[in-house]
Design a protein around this ligand. Structure first.
Ligand code: SF4
Length: 231
């Protein structure tokens, strides 16, 4: 850490002593540090950098007046657990609400026994690329989880295996998403722009279509019931 404190600022004209040194011993003024760390939801380097920062601060020792501000990403449904860490188990509960197939299908069938349109297979594979990182929630001004939820719904809705529970699934997963206090979608598109896996807004459009259809089907079966909606 001494290297940092006693380092120099180097440019095309050569090196000059660091401003930190000039303020410190020369003037007698007490130099302090103010560090603000803002986490990125998906970048592992944040965690490497934080570990190194901790080591650097430990090497400096306790110094009065220094300020370290840790700023994790904020979302009502992702409570901060400690430092930069947030609890993303709300995603797990959305999956548990219906992001699976419960129909017994026996042994694995031959790959060619159940024809799937190439276009649907490709789209389902795109949807399945979602890694549940939460960057879409972090980027959205409403802290909406609709890109994540719609990807998990789409990956099954696009395949024959996902059809038997398709509309029950979308109702249950959207209800859980609402219960977790995620915000509604207002078409900012920040989620799509930030998603590391290229999940696009078409997934949300598909989820909305399925949700409307599921609500109508449920209303026909069970008149008088209503849903919270998908924002
Ligand atoms: S949709 Fe994209 S940003 Fe959102 S959780 Fe999935 S991979 Fe991450």
């Amino acid at each position: 850490m001494d290297d940092v404190l006693e380092g120099a600022v180097c440019g095309i004209d050569g090196c000059t002593p660091a401003a930190f040194d000039q303020v410190g011993p020369a003037s007698g003024a007490k130099a302090t540090l103010a560090i603000e760390v803002i986490s990125d939801a998906i970048c592992p380097w944040c965690w490497v950098a934080k570990r190194r920062l901790n080591r650097a601060l430990a090497a400096l020792g306790a110094r009065g007046g220094d300020a370290l501000t840790l700023e994790p990403f904020r979302a009502e449904a992702f409570p901060v657990t400690r430092d930069l860490m947030v609890d993303r188990s709300a995603f797990d509960r959305i999956i548990a609400a219906g992001g699976f197939i419960s129909v017994p299908i026996g042994a694995a069938p031959d790959a060619n026994a159940m024809p799937v349109r190439k276009e649907n297979a490709d789209l389902a594979m795109d949807a399945a690329a979602c890694i549940g990182c939460g960057a879409c929630v972090a980027a959205c001004p409403n802290a909406s989880a609709m890109l994540f939820t719609s990807a998990k719904i789409s990956q099954l809705a696009l395949l024959p295996q996902g059809q038997p529970e398709r509309y029950e699934r979308v109702l249950n997963m959207v209800a859980q998403m609402d219960a977790e206090q995620f915000g509604s979608c207002t078409n900012h598109g920040e989620c799509e722009a930030t998603c590391p896996k290229g999940i696009n807004l078409n997934m949300i459009a598909r989820m909305n279509r399925d949700y409307i259809k599921a609500t109508l089907l449920r209303g026909r079966r069970d008149p008088g019931t209503g849903g919270e909606g998908v924002g």
